[in-house]
Design a protein. Structure first.
Length: 384
């Protein structure tokens, strides 16, 4: 493995985009467009659907914590490839069962796999980009999340035309993920560049601003994930048509592809905290639109604003943590990840039970929008 040489940075950025597409855009979020059919055919309640989503996010949180240790040093590429293989196998496995307990286990393990891919592909790709002086290509890497969502939308629309089932959707997700594994194996032909050993970090600073950002990040995790999990189910309740469901998810993915690149330009003008607050406000508008405007406009606007913001807010939040704790960036990011992960786990559970109680996703969406507004307020205040 050629650890000491610098590879083509564009090739690594494209490889990172592909890995993010299959591990995050498909591995984590293909559940959203397949969920309505699963709920209809298996008679899953909204609360059960929320539990399945939460199991995936719990696995992601645990996987992120485990992957952040130093146990894989020197084996980052192999670990990432095995995680991509597990991601593909677990996606396909979802199409072979109809038991809730098995769904929970598979999605939990898939969450661990997607976290491993995220951590190790970033370690490899970002290291090569930094040495090559091409950090601007990180936006291409993050575009993979939107690309994967868009591919999942096209796949579900194709299945609808062909008369396929949700089982076929999961099997198709497994095949797409396997193709991504092959591409990553070819394009990422080496591990991270060797560098200086990482020293012990100092303790976290006593910073009210950092505490507020951690809280805002956790609230964002709770608020965004409700719509990200149930937006296609919301369309199904509104009788928009099966193909329209895929169109809404396609709009979400297409909006996410350029989002990090575009919001980086806003950060230059407004700064990190104001941009974080602005994106949360826009996402809150989209959440309310998805249930409030009705017809076709509401879900399309909701999907567009969700895609245009949630990946960027995730990245901006981590930049904020590093900037507020420059002597302890790993500790700050760990706390941010824990807060975000906790919000992601609680969001689908609360929304599912609330939807079962009220008979629709209106009340959960209002709670989600209010949470995003609170997150924006806290983040803005932290920058004052």
């Amino acid at each position: 493995m050629k650890i000491g040489s610098v590879a083509n940075p564009l090739r690594f950025a494209v490889a990172g985009m592909i890995a993010m597409a299959v591990a995050m855009g498909i591995g984590r979020f293909v559940y959203t467009p397949l969920l309505p059919a699963m709920m209809d055919q298996l008679r899953l309640s909204a609360s059960q659907a929320g539990l399945i989503a939460a199991a995936n996010f719990l696995g992601y949180l645990i996987g992120a914590v485990v992957a952040s240790g130093g146990w894989a040093q020197g084996r980052e590429r192999a670990t990432m490839l095995w995680a991509l293989a597990a991601n593909a196998a677990l996606a396909a496995a979802m199409g072979t069962t109809e038991h809730l307990a098995v769904f929970l286990l598979i999605r939990f393990l898939a969450g661990i796999a997607s976290a491993f891919v995220l951590i190790f592909v970033i370690t490899i790709v970002f290291g090569h980009l930094a040495v090559a002086g091409r950090n601007s290509l990180q936006s291409l890497h993050f575009a993979g999340v939107g690309l994967g969502i868009a591919l999942a939308a096209v796949m579900t629309a194709s299945l609808e035309w062909a008369g396929g089932s949700w089982h076929d959707g999961w099997l198709g997700a497994g095949l797409l993920s396997a193709a991504g594994l092959v591409a990553a194996w070819i394009l990422i032909d080496r591990g991270p560049l060797s560098g200086a050993s990482v020293g012990r970090e100092s303790t976290l600073p006593r910073s009210p601003a950092l505490a507020k950002i951690i809280l805002a990040y956790g609230l964002f995790g709770f608020g965004y994930v409700i719509t990200a999990t149930f937006i296609v189910a919301i369309v199904r309740q509104g009788d928009g048509g099966r193909l329209f469901e895929s169109q809404v998810w396609l709009v979400t993915g297409l909006a996410a592809i350029p989002s990090v690149y575009l919001w980086n330009h806003v950060v230059v003008r407004l700064g990190l905290t104001r941009t974080f607050a602005l994106t949360c406000l826009l996402e809150a508008v989209g959440v309310l639109a998805s249930v409030g405007l009705g017809s076709f406009l509401g879900p399309l606007l909701g999907g567009a604003l969700l895609g245009a913001t949630f990946v960027s807010i995730t990245a901006i939040g981590l930049q904020l943590a590093r900037s507020l704790a420059p002597t302890a960036p790993r500790r700050a990011v760990a706390l941010m990840t824990a807060a975000f992960g906790t919000g992601q786990i609680l969001g689908p559970i609360a929304a599912g039970y609330m939807a079962d109680h009220t008979g629709s996703f209106v009340a959960p969406s209002i709670i989600a929008a209010a949470t995003l507004l609170l997150s924006a307020t806290i983040a803005y205040d932290s920058g004052r």
